[in-house]
Each structure stands twice: as structure tokens, then as C-alpha cells.
Design a protein around this ligand. Structure first.
Ligand code: ADP
Length: 267
């Protein structure tokens, strides 16, 4: 596809994936939401998760970020089992400090912007650096200015979230997540709460990040983004991955009836 940014060739799939999910199950009470999901994400890849509402996409992201706990299967991030450690063939729950460390390597951007309302854009970006990674004020400020430039909001450094548009807030939320130097970015429908005219500016920032080789998993209904930016697309329905492949494979030549039915509804 001519408008695809095509960094696929730069991705080395011969080594270890950055994220490996194997047979992931998740139930809430008797409601089994994920029924054995397998997914690999290689360093530098942009993976898009598509699927109807309720298919378990958000739950899957929340498991990777340990906002939920698995009821079956395993997830490794950068070679390390998350949530648990394995000793002598048995799984043990990790210590809270260990979980916090694992989570600190993952950036997450939510549908709602989740900025600290009483802090400026600049302070939102420096806060985690000062508190979590204990950077110096100078280093945190330098990084914040860099990131404000990257998301095109240098002139909004002193604005409070309420003074920013939804699109600007979401760009600050992305900058705040990047400030922690995550090895993986998770985006959970980052544009679905935005007015339509503000969607493009957020997708553009994400597209640029993908082009720079930031590894990301994106839950979105934005088909244009999936087509242009994704290296791999996973279509989920009913708690399973129905099919996965290149954007061309899944979006242009879907194999499964369920994928075709979904695509005909969202197009
Ligand atoms: P998607 O992101 O694909 O729309 P979700 O992962 O948000 O799907 O939700 C999948 C299912 O899991 C839904 O039926 C939802 O009601 C259920 N679910 C999600 N989170 C919880 C929770 N904390 N408690 C109970 N049920 C939940």
C-alpha cells in the first residue's frame, strides 16, 4: 500500500519478542473474557488490535500492564514473566516492588486523558520522572521540553489540562508516558473520546512514534491508522484472536467470516 510507512523491513523477528503472550485467559467471575490469546510483539513493531466492543482488547492491554491479573497463561515482557516468577517449575506471585518496576517500563495511554488536573502540561510530564525515576529537576525539565516539542505543544507548557483541547491533552498524555522511557507503549482507544477534528493530530503523533521504532500495541477502531501504521494487525472476537497478519492480510484479504463481517460494519 503506497501510504504505508513500511518499516516492516527494519523489524527483526528472528530474535526474542519484546512481548510474548501465550494462552492468556482472563475471567471476571463466571465471565470468561479471554479464552486463550497468543500474541508476539517484536522490538520496533506497531501492533494494532481490532475487534468488536466486548471482545477483550482492553482487558488484554490491562493484563500486560498488570492492572488485572491473569487467570491462565503467561505473558513475558522483555524476557521476564510478568506478575509471577518461576522457580523449580512453580509460579510465585511477584513482590509489589517488582511489579512496580515491571510496570514502570510500560507506558499506557487511555481513552480518557487521565492527566493530573491541578498540574500544568509541563508538570504532568516531569512528575513521574521526579517521583518514580528520581531524575534531577534539570534532567526532567530537559526531557519535558524535548517531548513537548515532539508532540508540538511547546507553547502549552504552562497550560492546565482544562485549558487544553482533548487532542492536546491526549498529546500531553503521550508525552507523559514517553517521559518514563518505556520499552513498550500501550494505547487503549486513544482517539475514541475525541471530537472528530482532533483525532488526526493524535494519530499523527502516534504514527511518528511508530516510524521512530517505538514498540506499541494499539487498540483502535481507526482503520486508516491500522492500514498505514501497523506492522501486524490482530483481529479479536469473543476473547480469541480470530486472525492476524499484515494490514493487507487482515484488512484487505481477511480469511474469516467474522473478520469480514466486522470490517463491513466499521468501513
Ligand atoms: P473491548 O476492549 O474489546 O471492548 P473489554 O476488555 O473492555 O473489551 O471487555 C470485555 C468484557 O470484559 C466485557 O464483557 C466487560 O464487561 C468485561 N469486563 C471488563 N473489565 C471488567 C471488570 N473489571 N469486571 C467485570 N467484567 C469486566
Amino acid at each position: 500500500m503506497s501510504d504505508h510507512i513500511d518499516h516492516v523491513d527494519h523489524i527483526d523477528r528472528s530474535g526474542e519478542p519484546l512481548v510474548r503472550a501465550v494462552n492468556v485467559h482472563k475471567s471476571f467471575g463466571s465471565n470468561e473474557v479471554l479464552k486463550g490469546v497468543d500474541l508476539d510483539v517484536y522490538p520496533g513493531e506497531a501492533v494494532v488490535l481490532l475487534g468488536p466492543s466486548g471482545s477483550g482488547k482492553t482487558t488484554f492491554l490491562r493484563l500486560i500492564n498488570q492492572m488485572e491479573t491473569l487467570t491462565g497463561g503467561r505473558i513475558w515482557v522483555n524476557g521476564e514473566l510478568i506478575g509471577y516468577e518461576e522457580r523449580d517449575g512453580r509460579l510465585y506471585q511477584r513482590k509489589d516492588s517488582d511489579i512496580a518496576r515491571q510496570r514502570s517500563h510500560i507506558g499506557m495511554v487511555f481513552q480518557r486523558f487521565n492527566l493530573f488536573p491541578h498540574k500544568t502540561a509541563f508538570e504532568n510530564i516531569t512528575e513521574g520522572q521526579l517521583v518514580v525515576t528520581k531524575k534531577s529537576k534539570k534532567a526532567a525539565a530537559e526531557r519535558a521540553w524535548d517531548l513537548l516539542g515532539q508532540v508540538g505543544l511547546t507553547d502549552k507548557a504552562d497550560a492546565y489540562p482544562s485549558q487544553l483541547s482533548g487532542g492536546q491533552q491526549q498529546r500531553i498524555a503521550i508525552a507523559r508516558a514517553l517521559a518514563m522511557d518505556p520499552e513498550l507503549m500501550l494505547f487503549d482507544e486513544p482517539t475514541s473520546a475525541l471530537d472528530p477534528e482532533l483525532v488526526g493530530e493524535v494519530l499523527q503523533v502516534m504514527k511518528t512514534l511508530a516510524g521512530e521504532g517505538v514498540t506499541m500495541i494499539v487498540v483502535t477502531h481507526e482503520m486508516g491508522f491500522a492500514r498505514e501504521v501497523a506492522d501486524r494487525v490482530y483481529f479479536m472476537d469473543g476473547g480469541v484472536v480470530v486472525e492476524s497478519g499484515s494490514p493487507e492480510d487482515v484488512l484487505v484479504n481477511p480469511q474469516a467470516d467474522r473478520t469480514r463481517a466486522f470490517l463491513s460494519r466499521v468501513r
